[in-house]
Design a protein around this ligand. Structure first.
Ligand SMILES: [Zn+2]
Ligand SMILES: [Zn+2]
Length: 452
């Protein structure tokens, strides 16, 4: 039984201690690795059993978080981000994010997998993946369970470049001191480079398991956004503010690094660029979009790779009514969760003051977003995963996450049902990161058209 358990919590009431150990192999046998007992009195709520109480966990980044959390003057100014209206692409990204968190939920409590998951979040946010439509779709390894291993490649360092941004991985970004630390890590990294960005400004995406912070770094000063929640216990059912911001930063012009790429001497009409894209392999298209800004704009203007799909419902990005006419201007973005809502739906239409000031939606006034160990599974495993309404080749369909192989490839179904009475659950699309299965597979299911 222990082989499938990651952590063992031993409570010794007589001694008043808690010991957290992981299973490790010793002379061919699995045994709990030795670790320091913690004082039970110190642990008063489940979410404090992470980071600082586990003093030297084997997989963590090896820094003592408690020590660096000491009060420290912050070395940056803060700025508010204006993310604008979410696009249909952002809606799909939000769905893919919650689905990815759901399928890999068993991995999130294990800090050793943070780098690989982080690479996946960044790729989804940048629409940097390949969609496979072919017959190989049914050969994917489903279902994803506690024994599955993510196989996509990822940078094995704490600092790397991604789509023109410098990504800084750090175990915690909750306090100013931790943001300071991420900034100084980035500074010393940039200092070692021969070629600095010509304009002298670098845009950083600092990521931890729980938060994301956006930082603009120049010679003189550092500007940082507030720390946004990237993963919480509800992230498998509701897109997090951190991911919403990440997706919009990477797919729109709201916070692009200043002209870091080539400009083409010829004026290329968008139609020609679209034609070039349509002839390309998906992986090449991402690279091409990164080569120059006109191509990038063209790439992010459509849900490229899902060419025949037109998103119809926006429950994730526009939660008020889930509708988008593509002409809206009268809306407001919650400054906590970055969901976008119509002023009409909120009954604020004539209230011009609220549209300029800071707005916090009702949901955010009520909830607190925390990530408990095992919380994602407890929160989401019994909920039905709703599909996304799309129009595919003119027909209204539901884009549905697939958690297992299609029915005809599951002989076990024969033992308890007639196969023709089981939904076929075919897989139409799989999402790949560098040719490796991301865990996300989707099928289109018919929906009744009620629009006409
Ligand atoms: Zn609305
Ligand atoms: Zn909100």
């Amino acid at each position: 039984m222990h082989s499938s358990l990651d952590w063992i919590y031993t409570v010794d009431i007589d001694a008043g201690t808690l010991t957290i150990s992981s299973m490790s192999e010793w002379r061919g046998l699995l045994a709990p690795s030795p670790s320091l007992p913690l004082d039970l009195a110190e642990i008063y709520e489940t979410y404090s059993i992470d980071g600082w109480t586990v003093r030297k966990p084997r997989y963590m980044f090896g820094e003592d978080i408690r020590e660096s959390n000491e009060a420290q003057a912050k070395q940056f100014e803060t700025f508010e981000m204006d993310l604008g209206i979410p696009s249909p692409m952002n809606e799909l990204q939000g769905r893919f994010f919650t689905d990815l968190v759901f399928v890999w939920r068993f991995w999130i409590d294990d800090p050793s997998t943070w780098r690989v998951l982080c690479a996946a979040f960044l790729r989804l946010a940048a629409w940097d993946f390949e969609v496979s439509f072919d017959s190989r779709c049914s050969e994917v390894e489903l279902p994803i369970d506690a024994t599955s291993i993510p196989l996509w490649s990822y940078p094995d360092t704490d600092i790397y470049w991604f789509h023109g941004y410098l990504v800084v991985l750090q175990e915690n970004l909750q306090s100013d001191a931790m943001i300071n630390k991420a900034i100084s890590k980035a500074k010393s990294y940039i200092g070692t480079l021969d070629t600095r960005p010509r304009h002298g400004k670098t845009r950083l995406i600092c990521i931890s398991l729980r938060q994301v912070v956006f930082v603009e770094l120049s010679q003189e000063a550092a500007l940082a956004s507030k720390s946004l929640v990237l993963l919480s216990s509800s992230s498998a059912t509701q897109c997090s503010p951190g991911f919403r911001a990440l997706a919009r930063v990477l797919t729109s012009n709201c916070w692009k690094p200043h002209a870091y790429r080539e400009k083409w001497p010829v004026n290329m009409p968008p139609e020609i660029i679209e034609m070039i894209f349509s002839k390309m392999e998906p992986g090449d298209a991402v690279a091409f979009s990164q080569a120059f800004s006109v191509a990038e704009q063209c790439y992010y203007a459509s849900e490229f790779q899902f060419k025949n799909i037109d998103v119809q419902s926006f429950e994730s990005s526009i939660p008020c009514c889930g509708k988008r006419t593509r002409l809206e201007t009268h809306g407001i973005c919650c400054s906590e969760c970055y969901s976008w809502q119509h002023l009409e739906c909120l009954g604020l239409e004539n209230d011009s003051s609220s549209s300029k000031g800071r707005y916090v939606c009702l949901d955010c006034q009520e909830r607190e977003m925390v990530l408990d160990p095992g919380g994602i599974n407890r929160f989401s495993c019994r909920k039905v995963r709703e599909g996304c309404q799309v129009r595919a080749n003119g027909l209204l369909k539901s884009l549905q996450l697939r958690l297992s192989k299609p029915a005809h490839l599951r002989p076990e179904l024969r033992s308890y049902a007639r196969l023709d009475s089981v939904a076929p659950s075919l897989i139409d699309y799989t999402i790949l990161f560098n040719h490796a299965f991301s865990g996300l597979a989707y099928g289109l299911e018919p929906l009744e058209d009620t629009s006409c």
